[in-house]
Design a protein around this ligand. Structure first.
Ligand SMILES: *Cc1c(COP(=O)(O)O)cnc(C)c1O
Length: 388
């Protein structure tokens, strides 16, 4: 499968997907796959969820886009919903995780400038992090393989080690305006922060008047079993970014901030043409309703218990599995070196879609409304791949 007009930036599997329903997707030949990738943690309600279809249908007949020169009810309502869900004060909408992180970095730089002048501009980020591919987000993505070809990156950044508070303390000073980190590192292999580490970073940020930014683009919006992973880990940020699952597959991102951080942003500082359009917000409101009022968050907890239990049984049975870890339905299985691609390929050939991550990890990212029956089907294929 190839197309000479599509830029060569992804190693794609050799299938053309055509349509989906719930946890299943179908390719153009009619083959059926169990989708435990969910567009990489995006399709939180599965494919073609009736409530999402209804929201799109109704809103698209009413109003799809207006400029941010005007208000819409949907935008105001969704902002209120996210503020209530996160405990933060103000929301800025955009179109992706990368953009949400760019916005967070700009809020941090403005905050630093107001509080400490031009010197207060350093942003601390973590080794092995992933925050996106734009020049700003890439500059705080601690992975040489993504950065190398694009240097020079933006200046004023500084690297620390995830879950190692001494490494943060070493680079923290009065010129730091923010620390950015993922409460659960996703792309680099499903690595949760320890509650102690987050609490200690929080108190260092308070001591030096720096903002704490949590990137919950992947682990947020219910994937952890709470609306946001930080609510499980016990430490609140000043700025929270999310995207992927926020509108169940419609492109959208959001930055949430407390007043301390947000109040320095004034008209002219930032903008986004498509951000907070009424169609995206109608879908976002549907996602919030499903997560909070239709039992989806509880399902994440229940399915976590079931799936983690079964994966740990496989770990005891097969030496190639070195670790099983995660939170909610963001679960990583770590393999012995060189096995993960073979396992993912075997699973795909046997109609189960899984996605890799760094450090020899395969991720399980089913939709948040996945059933036990679907998990059992996935586990059967997965175990066959491992024993093979
Ligand atoms: C996917 C991801 C991003 C980038 O989001 P895009 O929507 O692809 O721009 C940023 N941070 C984290 C933690 C992610 O998982």
């Amino acid at each position: 499968m190839n197309n000479q007009h599509v830029m060569n930036t992804y190693n794609r599997f050799d299938i053309v997907l055509d349509h989906g329903e719930g946890t299943w997707v179908y390719d153009s030949k009619g083959e059926k796959y169990l989708d435990f990738v969910s567009g990489i943690a995006v399709n939180c309600l599965g494919h073609c969820h009736p409530a999402v279809i209804q929201a799109i249908g109704e809103q698209s007949k009413k109003l799809m886009h207006v400029s941010n020169l005007y208000w819409t009810e949907n935008m105001m309502e969704f902002a209120t919903g996210l503020a209530e869900a996160s405990g933060l004060d103000k929301i800025f909408f955009n179109n992706s995780g990368t953009e949400a992180n760019e916005t967070a970095l700009k809020i941090a730089r403005k905050y630093g400038k107001v509080k400490g002048g031009n010197e207060k501009s350093t942003i601390i980020y973590m080794k092995e992090s992933f925050h996106g591919r734009s020049m700003g987000a890439l500059s705080v993505t601690g992975q040489e393989k993504y950065q190398e070809a694009f240097k020079p990156l933006i200046g004023g950044t500084c690297e620390a080690v995830f879950n190692d508070i001494e490494s943060v303390r070493k680079v923290m000073d009065k010129n730091v305006c923010a620390v950015i980190l993922e409460p659960v590192q996703g792309e680099s292999g499903v690595l949760p922060a320890t509650p102690e580490f987050l609490a200690e970073v929080r108190s260092l940020c308070d001591e030096y008047d720096a903002l704490l930014i949590f990137d919950e683009v992947q682990c947020g919006m219910g994937r952890s079993g709470k609306m946001f992973a930080f609510q499980k880990l016990g430490t609140s940020p000043d700025i929270l970014t999310t995207a992927k699952a926020i509108a169940a597959g419609f492109p959208m991102g959001a930055v949430m901030a407390n007043n301390r951080a947000a109040d320095h942003f004034v008209p002219g500082d930032h903008g986004c043409t498509f951000g907070g359009n009424p169609l995206g917000c109608a879908i976002g409101l549907t996602v919030l309703d499903q997560l909070l009022n239709k039992g989806v968050l509880q399902n994440v907890e229940d399915m976590n218990t079931y799936l983690m239990g079964k994966l740990n049984e496989l770990k005891d049975k097969y030496d190639v599995i070195e670790d099983v870890r995660g939170i909610g339905l963001l679960i990583g299985v770590q393999f012995a070196t060189g096995k993960k691609d073979t396992v993912a390929k075997y699973c795909k050939d046997n109609k189960l879609l899984l996605v890799g991550a760094g450090h020899e990890v395969i991720r399980f990212l089913p939709p948040l409304n996945v059933t036990i029956e679907e998990i059992d089907i996935a586990l059967k294929i997965f175990e066959a791949a491992i024993s093979k």
